[in-house]
Design a protein around this ligand. Structure first.
Ligand code: AMP
Ligand code: ZN
Length: 459
């Protein structure tokens, strides 16, 4: 069955065909590991995981690389016309937490990695760390230098965007017109859009992370890391590259320019971008709200997979508005779905009709809300056969543990009350035993006494 993806490069839904018939190469822009990844960031990885699983469902092998940015992402370099003079995010954390850069990056990466596991996100072929690929980044800058795309200023080596013919094609930005009014700190830059490939260390910054290079001691720019690592592991032309929509105008625009200038080949065939998790219509942020970590949601009683379910209820290309109430509703539906699924008995057949409908939905640019509605229809269809195996197959992509038998985690307080009640029963103190049963009931746990034993269930 054909797969269609919306390609940011052409602004169209296109039929997907990989370069290599059986294996798809995919690069996902990964985390900058200087702080906790919030649920907005995690949305990006639920999306790329769903994308990978969709390709696998269609019989492809996926060679997936996710980078870990542990150097060079400057505080100012996300914005258009960044002046490239901001501080390195990792170095800021080093000063804030009085730890080594390595301790910082590994600490935040490990937390992030645990979150991915909780969200059933698969491991990539490689996690590529920027600091482990300095040599490759220097080589790529050297290549650009040889081809005349670079120039030197007092603070680094820059890419001359006016030398690259199609600069800004991805973002479809009329840089001259649209941004004429934007004030960009030019310093020694030739063009507003030029960006640093290599930055020189300033002695007063006392950087922890710096390396020798043909141009002087310093560190690589953020954009070059992705080009160098994507090409190292996946080749000069890759099938799919993903990231959040915020990466379109600067980071991905620059990745294309450097990579294509260096190789003379098309860098990425399909660019896929997921839209933001928003709070009251604006990107979740410290000042606007909605900025939770997955652990914080867990502390509030949410299951990590309820968050995955919630993300899948929306089209990835549209902003997704978040609030605890909305998530609560999603969790209620998700729990209901799981409860129904957990009671389905394996009858060893596949329901081809429903599975086809499901595949049609995911192959249509990852239409996850449609896919979920097909699943809901199937579970509610009393006449449908082959439910178990079909749901199992669907869950290879949804990854919601739908058929897992429910095991409700019992809080310590409940366990203690049950123990106390058991002791009362052994002493034949029926009054106390009844009181404790009522207390448990008020806490949402129903105890039923049977002849030899008792049972307890969360209601
Ligand atoms: P960062 O760690 O800042 O480099 O971001 C990691 C990924 O999360 C990038 O692909 C961003 O585009 C994405 N991202 C950041 N904020 C949000 C958000 N509010 N909603 C969805 N994706 C986001
Ligand atoms: Zn990147």
């Amino acid at each position: 069955m054909e797969i269609k993806f919306y390609n940011t490069l052409t602004r169209k839904k296109e039929i997907f065909k990989s370069l290599n018939k059986l294996e798809v190469t995919m690069y996902n822009c990964g985390p900058t590991v200087y702080w906790y990844q919030h649920i907005g960031n995690l949305k990006a990885y639920v999306f790329s995981d769903f994308l990978r699983r969709t390709l696998e469902f269609n019989g492809y092998k996926v060679k997936q690389v996710i980078n870990v940015t542990d150097v060079g992402h400057l505080k100012s370099s996300d914005a258009f016309g960044a002046d490239e003079s901001g501080e390195d995010k990792i170095e800021i954390a080093v000063k804030r937490e009085r730890k080594t850069a390595r301790e910082i990056s590994h600490y935040y990466f490990n937390l992030f990695h645990q979150d991915l596991k909780k969200l059933n996100i698969k491991e990539p072929f490689v996690w590529s760390w920027a600091t482990e690929h300095i040599k490759e980044q220097i080589e790529l800058i050297k290549k650009l230098e040889e081809k005349g795309f670079t120039y030197k200023t007092s603070d680094g080596i820059y890419f001359n965007t006016s030398k690259f013919k199609n600069y800004g094609n991805l973002a479809k930005i009329d840089f001259e017109g649209l941004h004429a009014g934007i004030r960009v700190s030019m310093r020694e830059k030739i063009n507003k859009t030029d960006f640093a490939l290599w930055k020189f260390s300033k002695p007063e910054d006392k950087r922890q992370q710096e390396w020798d290079s043909p141009w002087g001691i310093g560190f690589p720019g953020w954009h070059i890391e992705c080009s160098a690592m994507a090409m190292k592991y996946l080749g000069e032309t890759i099938d799919i590259h993903t990231g959040g929509v915020d990466h379109i105008p600067v980071h991905h625009t620059n990745e294309i320019a450097q990579s294509e200038a260096a190789t003379g080949k098309k860098f990425v065939r399909y660019w896929l971008h997921e839209n933001f998790l928003t709070f009251k219509g604006e990107k979740v942020s410290k000042s606007k709200g909605g900025l939770f970590t997955l652990s914080e949601l867990e502390e509030k009683g949410f299951l990590p997979l309820s968050y995955r379910y919630y993300v899948l209820t929306a089209i990835y290309r549209k902003p997704l508005d978040f609030s605890l109430e909305i998530l609560e509703n999603a969790q209620t539906s998700f729990k209901k779905l799981k409860k129904i699924c957990s009671k389905i008995i394996n009858d060893d057949k596949i329901n081809e009709k429903y599975l086809k409908e499901f595949q049609k939905a995911i192959n249509d640019d990852l239409n996850t809300p449609k896919a979920l509605s097909v699943l809901w229809e199937l579970v509610r269809d009393e006449k449908a056969v082959g439910k178990y195996k079909t749901i199992k197959k669907m869950d290879e992509v949804l990854a919601l543990n739908l058929l897992e038998k429910e095991e409700t985690e019992m809080p310590k307080e409940i366990k203690e009350l049950l123990e106390e009640r058991q002791k009362a029963r052994e002493k034949k103190d029926w009054k106390k035993s009844d009181e404790l049963r009522e207390k448990l009931k008020s806490l949402g746990w129903e105890v039923r006494d049977k002849k030899e034993r008792w049972e307890v269930e969360k209601v």
